[in-house]
Design a protein around this ligand. Sequence first.
Ligand code: NAP
Length: 484
Amino acid sequence: MVSRVIPVDEFDLVIFGGTGDLARRKILPGLFRRYLAGQMPRGSRIIGAARTEMDDAGYREMVSEAVAEFGGPEKADATGLADFLAALRYVAIDATGDGGWSDLAALMRDGVVRAFYFSVAPSLFGDLAERLHTYGIADRNSRIVVEKPFGRDLASAKALNDTLAAHFNEGQIYRIDHYLGKETVQNLMAVRFGNVLFEPLWNSHYVDHIQITVAETVGVGGRGAYYDKSGAMRDMVQNHLMQLLCLIAMEPPSVFGADEVRDEKLKVIRALQPVESHHIVRGQYDANGDTPSFRADVENPRSFTESFIAMKVNVSNWRWADTPFYLRTGKKMKGRASEIAVVFKDLGHSIFEGDTARHRNILAIRLQPNEGIDLQVTIKEPGPGGMRLIDVPLDMTFADALGDDAEPATDAYERLIMDVIRGNQTLFMRGDEVEAAWAWTDPLINGWEARNDVPKLYDQGSAGPEDAMMLMHRDGRRWRDVKA
Ligand code: NAP
């Protein structure tokens, strides 16, 4: 295999919250994989920062354990790991106080890219941004990476944007949505804009509807308190599903550049119509024998928060008039599957005698599992006995198609962190996009809160509440199966 790893400039990456769950599960194992891939230039350093008192050796031990627990097959590379650990430093720092900041300032070097990953609670973003400037740690070329949730409504998102804008310009702020770092999501753009086949059909003349599903089998886990205040709309739709919708619906940008792509996504968000209440179905998973219900999981017997949501969304522009987008996401569903399905219209008339089925082409973009793209096409059923038609998938599972030429799987986080070092913002959300998304979301949430809307119960391991099926059935359509 010829390596296609593109080198980046030498960097110092400071991870605030470098001892936390996200750092240990995703960021640090991801950086280790990039190191092994040869993408971390010699001399680059990763500096963990959190309040816990620890020295460099202690931090290296913690990271080594994190790689052992969360790293992929690469964790067996002992020599590589030892070299990677040598690039780690640690500073005990308090985001809200003065302790440790001079130590961090003393560690920073000139002439290398400086990136600061805010892997801490959003309430600390302002403190970090301010102190990075007070202590002269951030220069004009520095980048900051901020994690979701970016606000819980328009007002808080605006406040957060203002806080960051007081110290950094928009070109320095990388708002991460790891869905945008997924290989298939980027492939969606390659397939759409790199082939002559699809773009002419990519509109309401040929597309009947689009389904976006993000189904999880897990419940709220240990995040009950957070999730009860958030729910599926804030946690998944406002960011991840909205971003996927934008990539499907946007007009082709003139070039694949950060502002060009984000300008087009913003236009889509602004073209989203308000959703009528009967086009939204909210659900909560019920208890199942000894397995607790959502309300028990979030320890709130009166919770009205949704663990599932399905909705019919219209984009009011020329391209998508009359082509609805159906979105659905939920926890404790029957399969862990994320996909976007572009369902084309049927032919209207079949020339084949006796053929009464409605044959439809479907372009299904699978985000997980088995990242890949299926194109459902209609062919003749093999064998004698006349012209019988069947629908079959043309499967483009990337790992199969590329064979030995496939790069080892890269996690969305590692890909996005390398984009930060490169200074490429294409796959990050811009401040105005986030605000526009909340401006669309807020009235929907306020609407069901004002109505005291009670989520419908659904069985664990199901496809969600019955009403979600009805949302489609009423329109003569049906959800694709969420495979286990
Ligand atoms: P976490 O496990 O609670 O870790 C928080 C980190 O922040 C710890 O390293 C903690 O270390 C540090 N910290 C807390 N207060 C601090 C202070 N005053 N000064 C300096 N450091 C401080 O949280 P997490 O799950 O890693 O999440 C981090 C961020 O990522 C959050 O915004 C979260 O919403 C977001 N996120 C997480 C995930 C995930 O899968 N975990 C996914 C998406 C987004 P000390 O206690 O030692 O200070």
